[in-house]
Each structure stands twice: as C-alpha cells, then as structure tokens.
Design a binder for this molecule. Structure first.
Ligand code: NAI
Ligand code: MG
Length: 395
C-alpha cells in the first residue's frame, strides 16, 4: 500500500508535547507514514492574525487526514491585545481554529469513545453497601453533531434591527419587547434535518459494527421542541432500519445524573453540538478524564483526530513534561481505525491497556496528585516515560 501522509498539527502548549510522543508510538508500532507539519494556533494569530492559515487548510485538502494536538484560545479583548501591533485595527478577529476546521471541511461527525481501561485508578466506582464498592465497566461512544447548533457563531449582542423585526414575528418575543437591543444577546441554535439524520445514521452504523445494543438520543425535546424534536425524529426514522438495536431517548439533564448512577447501561449516545460536548465530558470523567479522552472529527472527505483536552498552559513549560499522552495515543488509534489500519490500532490500544493494568508507570493525573514540577519527585511518570512504557509493551 502507498505510504500515507498525515498532516501533523501540534498547535499550542502540551499539543507540542503529546503529538510528537504519539508519533513515536505510531512509528514503533510499525505504522508507515510521512508526517507533514502544519501551522495552527495562537502563535499564528499573533504573527499573522489568523490561527488557521490557508496553507494548513491546503495541506488537509491534499492529504485528507490530520492529527491535531491542542490550541490555546483567549477571550476577545486579550486576543486583540496580543496581536502583533502592526496588524492591529486592520479588521482581524480571532476565532477558534479547531472550530474553523470543523466548519471548513464540514467535519460534522464527532466521535468520542469513553471506555474504561481495567486497572485505571481513575475509573468510576459505585458504593455497594456500607463498606464495599463495585467498578462498572464503562463502554460508551458519544456521537456529537459537530457543525450546527449553538456553536456555529450565528449570534449577536445588540442585534441589528432586521433581526429583531424577524424575531418579533414570534409571539413569545413579546416578553423582550421593552428591552433595548444593546441589552440583548442572542445565540441561535439551528439544526438541519440532513445533519440530524447523518449523525444518527453514523451512530447506528457504528453501533451495528461494534455490537452495541442501544443508541440513545440525548437531547431535550420536552422543552427545546423544534431542534431537539428534529433530532428525535431522526432517531425514530433511522432506528427503523436497525431492528436489532434499541432506540432510547434521554434528556440531557437527566442523562448527566444517570451516567453517574448506571453508566454501564449506555452504548452509543447521540446529541447535538452543545449537549454532545457536555455529555461526552461527563462520560470521559468516568474513565479517567482529560488524560484519556480521545475524539475524531469526521467529514465526507477529510478527518481530523484530536484529544479532548486543551493546551494546558500551566504545564506547557515543564521540562520534563508531566502530562498524560494516552488521550493523544488513543486519538491516533481512532485515526488508524478510520484509515483501515485496525491491526496496528489494536496493538497500540492493547499496549496502553497493559501499561494501565500493570500500574507501574502512571502520570500525575493517574495518581490523583496536583500537577507541577514536584509530581515527578513524588513518583509520577513523565510524559516520555509513559510513552516509553507503551512502546515497550508493543512487543
Ligand atoms: P485543558 O484541557 O487545557 O486543561 C485543563 C486541566 O486538565 C489541565 O490544567 C490539567 O490539569 C488537565 N489536563 C489536560 N490535559 C491533560 C493531560 N493530557 N494529562 C494530564 N492532565 C491534563 O483546559 P483549559 O485549562 O480549560 O484550557 C487551556 C487552554 O486550552 C485554553 O486556551 C482553552 O481555550 C484551550 N482548549 C483547547 C481545546 C482544543 O484544542 N481542542 C479544548 C479545550 C481547551
Ligand atoms: Mg468540551
């Protein structure tokens, strides 16, 4: 098979640590690929007024598969202050490059698997009687609609007159009619039937492929009747094509409670953009949190794989680094599965599972320690030691 080219986008902070470490694992596992570096993140905002330069988009257009570390985002005012003085007042406005990538390539399917590794001291446990506990096995995959809903950025503070006029056609706007526009903020939540059916369809196909017994549509149709209702309709329509898979429905608020009661009951969970973000963090917390949470952003042509965590600025300067590379390594496994390299992916996941169950090498998060330079003196492994341990188990 022709050698793959992977677009490597380390980004900012610990993205610059965990991505190269992961490439070390991929190479040791025998995955043959060329990596082309692509610029993304805060440095490019400061220097060029664009955190997602066109040359990065071009590389992804050409090679289709990207591995992304993390980026730093800062509030509007701070972004403006840090911009190169020569670029100020020229109309540059900061926007998140990862959200930009999802929009540009229509990476509408976000998959966030949350599976507990046996032996992970961060796994969720449940009290059983007064002195005993049990550790249910969590194996959920969250499907988050990635390009619509509340994160699209169709929003205003001080909405223009024609927006208000349009909204005033809704009887419930009367409640706001006495409020001045400058005192009103509006963020829209728009769903399309096509996108709802695509995310639900992908979720059911995934459930079938990997043997999950249920797909749960997690929204809030009892209150947000139109958009959540459309996702619910998509669930009913698509479920009819999969008679062996149960269709469940939950409301996001109740789901957040239930996932800490009976997380083992859930398989594939589907939500819109914002609720998907919330419920996937909830499940990730049950299986080790940010050091373990991996994700994929998949479109029809391009796919970008990223850990859920951000750039963790407070640890970016630590040398040696202390952050857990497992989230990024498992992200790379999702990439391998996507491109059909399932054997190498399985080999790497098994190596990670072996390191976790053995319990000899643990990063600070796995030891429930505060992070910082002292973590290593207190017995935490460095990022590099964790990578070495995974590589050693590849066999
Ligand atoms: P964060 O995920 O960067 O870090 C939060 C905390 O989680 C860290 O301080 C650390 O204690 C822990 N943590 C994160 N990754 C870890 C790892 N691999 N191993 C061990 N512990 C880990 O989120 P935060 O602090 O809210 O945001 C920091 C910056 O990252 C911000 O600028 C934010 O905008 C950005 N961000 C970027 C994301 C992305 O690139 N997709 C996602 C989330 C935040
Ligand atoms: Mg999130």
């Amino acid at each position: 098979m022709a050698k793959r080219t992977i677009v490597s986008m380390p980004g900012d902070g610990i993205g610059k640590v965990v991505l190269p470490e992961t490439i070390r694992v991929l190479e040791a596992a025998g995955f043959e690929a060329d990596y082309v570096h692509a610029d993304i993140g805060w440095d490019f905002w400061i220097k060029e007024g664009n955190a997602l330069p066109q040359r990065t988009i071009d590389l992804l257009e050409e090679h289709k598969i990207g591995l992304f570390g993390a980026i730093t985002s800062k509030p509007k005012d701070q972004a403006a202050e840090e911009l190169d003085p020569r670029l100020r007042d020229k109309g540059f406005v900061y926007s998140s490059p990862i959200v930009g990538l999802r929009q540009h390539f229509n990476l509408d399917i976000s998959i966030r698997p949350c599976r507990s590794f046996p032996g992970n001291p961060l796994n969720f446990i449940r009290r059983k009687g007064d002195s005993d506990f049990e550790e249910p096995k969590v194996d959920a995959a969250i499907f988050r609609q990635n390009t619509e809903g509340l994160y699209v950025g169709i929003e205003w503070t001080n909405p223009p007159e024609h927006v208000r006029t349009a909204l005033d056609t809704h009887p419930k706007m009367q409640k706001f009619s006495h409020i001045k526009s400058e005192d009103i903020a509006i963020s829209t939540r728009i769903f399309s039937r096509q996108a709802c059916e695509r995310i639900v369809g992908e979720a059911f196909r995934y459930a079938k492929k990997f043997g999950y017994k249920s797909v749960t549509i997690c929204e809030k149709p009892n209150v947000i009747r139109e958009t959540s209702g459309m996702m619910r309709d998509a669930g009913k329509k698509i479920a009819a094509e999969f008679p062996d898979i149960a269709l469940w429905e939950t409301n996001i608020d109740a789901q957040m409670m239930w996932l800490t009661k009976n997380p083992e009951d859930y398989g594939v969970v589907v939500s819109g953009n914002m609720f998907g973000d919330i419920v996937s963090d909830g499940f990730a917390g049950l299986v080790g949190g940010l050091g373990f949470a991996c994700s994929a952003n998949i479109g029809k042509e391009v796919a970008v794989f990223e850990p859920t965590h951000g750039s963790a600025p407070k640890y970016e300067k630590l040398d040696p680094s202390i952050v857990n590379p497992i989230a990024m390594v498992m992200t790379a496994c999702m990439m391998l599965d996507h491109i059909g390299e399932t054997d190498i992916s399985a080999k790497i996941s098994k190596a990670v599972a072996d390191v976790v169950v053995e319990g000899k090498v643990r990063t600070y998060d796995m030891m429930r320690m505060p992070g910082g330079p002292k973590a290593i003196e207190q017995g935490a492994a460095t990022t590099q030691q964790m990578t070495d341990a995974i590589i050693a188990k590849l066999g």
